[in-house]
Each structure stands twice: as structure tokens, then as C-alpha cells.
Write a protein of this length. Structure first.
Ligand code: SF4
Ligand code: SF4
Length: 247
């Protein structure tokens, strides 16, 4: 696929708006975490903790553009390979649960994760979902297979701990208010895409980041031609209705 290193384009204001929304979220999340700590709460996320980097990640094309703008050719190639794996999984998986589990177990860690250091190599431009995922309980619960393999007693204990923790929604150990605080980022991205392109594009992080590199796809998006963009994504083999939403 021809590479399209167009980071000085008309998309720049949109990318800047997303970057400002990320910064605002970072400040709000930091204040929330400080307040939680003052009340005795613990956020279990630590640098080098990587169990959430094997989740599927959904984002906007506006965010994917920002990520792509900071990646090397080698990283973009790795994102492209990951995109193909994601699409193959979407084609073969029987429903969301199987898709989610196979993504974690067989596709595995994001190619932007450094396996040596446990750091995100695109930390400044990582998408929203990577910013607003925090755990109120031990990181062991984030590890693939842990929750699925709890026995009855352990499940009861997990449920009790989740319900007792004021930072959760009572269903899982992830910190609900920190997810809620990221909603303005989604709103900013949606508004910016509507203003610039007259439509929104959402979907898998790796697929969208790869699509940003295709000139014909991006030209159709910039012209607000959803059907043409879809056709181009199909021609590239980067299309699945469950994975990319254009409109
Ligand atoms: S969400 Fe879980 S896996 Fe991710 S950094 Fe936090 S504790 Fe670690
Ligand atoms: S972009 Fe970074 S934080 Fe997000 S999944 Fe990839 S390595 Fe992890």
C-alpha cells in the first residue's frame, strides 16, 4: 500500500483538537486519582504493567491520524500486519466474546508495546482507550485468563471486592469514573470529524491507523464520500462492517 505521510494536511486542526482533549483528560484524571488516593483508594496501574495492552482497541479516525503522525515506517508496517490479524479474527470469530478472547489470547500484545521495557512506544499519541483504562484491584485481574478461570469461591470474592470498591461500576474492577471522564475526547473527535469531513469514521485502532496511510482512502474521507472510502477499504482488504464504521 502506498505510504501517505501527510501530517501537515487539513487534518492537522483535527489532530490538534484531539491532542488538546487528551491533555485536558490527563489533567482531570490526575486530579481524580489524587482525590481517590486522599480518600484511601488505590489505582493499581503502574509503568510497565502491560496486561491491558492485549485488549482490542476502538478509536476514531481522528485519533488514528494523530497516532500515525508520530510512528516510524517500521511501526506503521507492524500496525498493518496487526490490522490484517484483527480482520482475520473478525471474519472467523463467532460473536464479540470469542473475538475479544481470541484477540487477547492469539493476537496478543499491541505492536507498539516494547516487550523489553513494558512501555508504550507511542505513549504521547496513544488512543483514548489506552488512556482511560485503570484498575481498582490487582493487575492480576487484568491478565488474560484470570477472570475466566476463577473458581466459584474466587468469583464470589472478586464480585464482593468489586462491589465494595467505590471506584467501580460494581461489575468489573476497572475504574468507572476515569472512563466517564474521557467522554469529552470522544465528543471532540466526533465533532471535529463532522466539521471537517461531514461524517465520522470509527473502528479498530490498528486498522484505522493503517488506513490513514492510504491516499485514496483519505481523499474519499476528506471529501465526505463514505461509500467511496468504504469501497477503497474493501479493495485494500481492510474492511469489515463490524470493525470499521463510516458514516
Ligand atoms: S489496567 Fe490493569 S493491566 Fe492495565 S496498567 Fe492498569 S493494572 Fe495494569
Ligand atoms: S497504543 Fe500503547 S498503550 Fe495502547 S495498546 Fe498499544 S502499546 Fe498499549
Amino acid at each position: 500500500m502506498p505510504r501517505f505521510p501527510d501530517t501537515t494536511s487539513s487534518d492537522r486542526p483535527m489532530m490538534d483538537a484531539v491532542a488538546r482533549a487528551y491533555a485536558a483528560y490527563g489533567q482531570k484524571a490526575g486530579r481524580w486519582i489524587d482525590g481517590f488516593a486522599r480518600q484511601g483508594g488505590t489505582v493499581h496501574c503502574r509503568s510497565g504493567c502491560v496486561h491491558c495492552c492485549d485488549f482490542p482497541v476502538r478509536c476514531s479516525l481522528a485519533e488514528a491520524l494523530l497516532t500515525a503522525s508520530a510512528l516510524s515506517g517500521e511501526q506503521l508496517d507492524a500496525m498493518g500486519r496487526r490490522a490484517r490479524e484483527v480482520l482475520a479474527n473478525a471474519k472467523s470469530a463467532n460473536g464479540w466474546d470469542e473475538y475479544f478472547q481470541l484477540h487477547r489470547r492469539e493476537i496478543g500484545y499491541c505492536p507498539l508495546l516494547s516487550r523489553e521495557t513494558g512501555a508504550c512506544t507511542a505513549y504521547e499519541v496513544r488512543p483514548t482507550r489506552c488512556r482511560d483504562t485503570f484498575s481498582a484491584l490487582s493487575a492480576d485481574y487484568c491478565r488474560v485468563g484470570t477472570l475466566e478461570n476463577l473458581n466459584r469461591r474466587e468469583t464470589a470474592e472478586y464480585t464482593r471486592e468489586v462491589r465494595a470498591n467505590p471506584a467501580t461500576d460494581g461489575l468489573s474492577h476497572y475504574i468507572a469514573p476515569l472512563e466517564d471522564l474521557s467522554e469529552p475526547i470522544w465528543d471532540t473527535a466526533a465533532r471535529a470529524m463532522r466539521q471537517e469531513w461531514g461524517m465520522e469514521v470509527w473502528g479498530d485502532f490498528w486498522v484505522l491507523t493503517t488506513l490513514t496511510q492510504d491516499e485514496a482512502f483519505m481523499a474519499a474521507v476528506r471529501a465526505g464520500q463514505g461509500a467511496k472510502a468504504t469501497k477503497r477499504a474493501r479493495a485494500l482488504g481492510l474492511w469489515n462492517a463490524e470493525i470499521v464504521e463510516i458514516g
